[in-house]
Design a protein around this ligand. Structure first.
Ligand code: LMR
Length: 397
């Protein structure tokens, strides 16, 4: 019956993580998957999360099915974080927001919604991007094209090439954009570049789909939402997929959201209805626990402030690791240029290491990074920094 089913070649991120877990070598270091570790090389349980969860567990509540679009309190807090408490679009009730199973769930629900209502549109993702973008939009039935983004020669975004390519994309096509902390490169647009891009998107009538999985890991919660808020202020209809996996360190709770910014409130009501239908067809309704923790934190000013402080400290630790790796690599290999490390932001850096060099690191030093050369800076620690720097310095030709 199933003899025609092919072997799954694996996922470049999640399968590598499985290989890492199965690796029995002492001292192995995982810089592959995008997770934030504390300086003890552990996934942190944030204090604000622990406090909120402890309070919840002291009076365990019933667990009804949530509405298809998710918990109202959670959706309200998502909107505040993404669009700002003073957002005119929110006040006008023209944003439809659904709780989703992580950022991937948001992309999937959004992809299904778009395929129903924009069946002729094509999707444009940046080169390179997070591997699952192509898979999710391809899986939703779209033709997926790439626009130029990162230039190894510039060690940064080739903004001219990006603009030139997007300037030729047909009106109504969907353009996937990383709002901050670009995955995999860590190279983001400047505020001025976002403004220029917004003008092009509006003039050409493109439909932006923002992915924001690292809000707070770049420059700050509000700063990292700049692109989204600017596009909304410019009156551009758009979609946003967001995730709390990283900034709440709640990966397995699968807490995300999909927001669609519409032209007016009646339109947003209809769109929310169709998001409900898309959710119902996929997984019926989202789970309760993680969303309860997150809304309990964000609704409580003291916990909210504690969480923001912890998030700021995480960002500071990532930056310290970035600068530490830069300093050590420069000292070990003064013949090479590592400026990309301090130009990039967020959890990741694109090292330019080749597949052969990445494999050598894995085989000879038990150091895992993605074969694209992406390294998770947020998983480096004071204890692993010099081992990693020495191993990288050694594999570079
Ligand atoms: C990553 O890019 O490593 C993370 O977003 C985890 C994932 O789901 O791929």
């Amino acid at each position: 019956m199933f003899e025609h089913v092919e072997t799954y070649p694996g996922d470049p991120i999640l399968t590598l993580n499985e290989t890492f877990i199965a690796d029995t070598r002492a001292g192995k270091i995982n810089l592959g998957i995008g997770v934030y570790l504390n300086d003890a090389s552990k996934l942190p349980v944030m204090r604000a999360v622990a406090e909120a969860e402890t309070a919840l567990l002291q009076s365990p509540g019933v667990r009804p099915y949530l509405p298809m679009e998710g918990a109202p309190a959670y959706r309200k807090q998502v909107q505040r974080l993404l669009f700002g408490a003073d957002s005119a679009a929110l006040a006008a009730k023209r944003i439809a927001t659904a709780q989703t199973l992580g950022g991937s769930g948001a992309l999937k629900v959004g992809g299904d919604f778009l395929k129903s209502y924009f069946p002729k549109a094509q999707v444009w993702i940046c080169d390179p991007t997070w591997d699952n973008h192509r898979a999710i939009f391809g899986g939703a039935g779209f033709t997926v094209n790439a626009y130029p983004y990162y230039s190894a020669a510039l060690q940064h975004v080739d903004f001219d090439a990006m603009l030139a390519a997007l300037g030729k994309v047909p009106a109504g096509d969907i353009v996937v954009l990383h709002a901050c902390c670009h995955n995999p490169t860590g190279a983001d647009l400047s505020e001025q570049q976002w403004r220029t891009l917004a003008t092009l998107v509006r003039e050409r009538g493109l439909l932006p789909f923002f992915d924001i999985a690292y809000q707070g890991f770049g420059a700050g919660l509000d700063e990292d939402a700049f692109a989204i808020r600017h596009f909304v202020a410019e009156g551009i209809p758009l979609l946003v997929a967001s995730s709390f996996s990283k900034n709440f360190s709640l990966y397995g709770e699968r807490c995300g959201s999909l927001s669609i910014v519409c032209d007016n409130a009646p339109e947003a009501d209809n769109v929310l209805g169709q998001l409900k239908a898309a959710v119902r067809r996929n997984y019926s309704n989202p789970p309760t626990h993680g969303a309860r923790i997150i809304s309990a934190v964000l609704e409580n000013p003291a916990l909210d402030a504690e969480w923001t402080g912890e998030l700021n400290a995480m960002r500071g630790r990532i930056q310290a690791m970035r600068e530490g790796l830069y300093a050590q690599l420069r000292a070990l290999r003064p013949d090479r240029n590592f400026d990309y490390l301090i130009k990039q932001t967020g959890m990741f850096s694109y090292t330019g290491l080749t597949v052969a060099q990445v494999r050598k690191l894995r085989e000879e030093s038990a150091i895992y990074l993605l074969e694209s050369g992406r390294i998770c800076i947020a998983a480096l620690t004071q204890a692993t920094l010099s081992t990693v720097a020495a191993a990288i310095a050694k594999v570079i030709d």
